[in-house]
Design a protein around this ligand. Structure first.
Ligand code: ADP
Ligand code: MG
Length: 203
């Protein structure tokens, strides 16, 4: 699928980081509705650290870069989502080869999702980031082109609106969590969209 050179790795990392930073107000608003309003600031802090470290990160192989990026997120994002997004990227790095094809990406994402589930003691259907990651894994495995994978991620984030949260801070609201998009699901869709934009049509 992709053997990314250093310039491509840099474009990938910068696009993801800038996309999250540019959407931090939106993520804050979503978390104000069903959480404590810190998700935008949390993610912005984490990805600002990633951006500041982009020279060192993009000099590494893709697996090593993903592991180091995940470590940055664990250290800097905080909240519930820091360890979870950190685990996601670290596990992707651990399981991806240097030049993964489509099935290798799907398999690594599958293993990363398993790690996120274990870390958060959560599963699909609980109105979290997992409700985007699972459909994305299926879309990649199902041969969708990269733009369609990103569209699927956006739709999956929107599909968290009618869900009732049963994990994380939003679960404290019970039925009142219904009617709002999950902030971590939105972040996940933004990350997938940024990856698709950075990789362009090279899938
Ligand atoms: P906090 O909830 O500590 O304020 P954030 O606001 O940064 O942390 O992140 C909230 C997001 O984290 C939620 O929208 C949800 O997607 C995700 N999340 C929270 N708990 C879990 C969990 N146990 N498993 C998976 N994702 C979770
Ligand atoms: Mg929060």
């Amino acid at each position: 699928m992709m053997a990314l050179d250093e310039a491509a790795r840099r474009r990938l990392i910068e696009t993801v980081a800038r996309t999250i930073i540019d959407h931090s107000d939106e993520l804050t608003s979503l978390d104000q509705a069903i959480g404590d309003g810190d998700h935008g600031a949390n993610m912005k802090r984490g990805f600002a650290a990633v951006l500041a470290d982009v020279d060192a990160l993009s000099a590494k192989s893709l697996p090593e870069a993903l592991k180091a990026l995940g470590t940055q997120l664990v250290m800097k994002v905080g909240g519930a989502s820091g360890p979870l997004f950190g685990t996601l990227f670290m596990a992707l790095g651990k399981n991806l080869p240097d030049a993964p094809d489509r099935q290798a990406v799907a398999a690594a994402l599958d293993q990363a999702i398993t790690a996120v589930k274990a870390r958060g003691k959560a599963d699909v259907g609980q109105k979290t980031m997992l409700d985007v990651l699972l459909p994305v894994r299926d879309a990649i495995a199902g041969e969708l082109d990269i733009r369609s994978v990103a569209d699927r991620a956006v739709a999956a984030a929107e599909a968290t609106i009618p869900m009732k949260a049963t994990r994380g801070r939003a679960s404290f609201l019970g039925d009142r969590s219904i009617g709002h998009m999950d902030p971590g699901a939105r972040s996940s869709a933004l990350i997938v969209g940024a990856i698709a934009a950075a990789l362009g049509t090279t899938s």
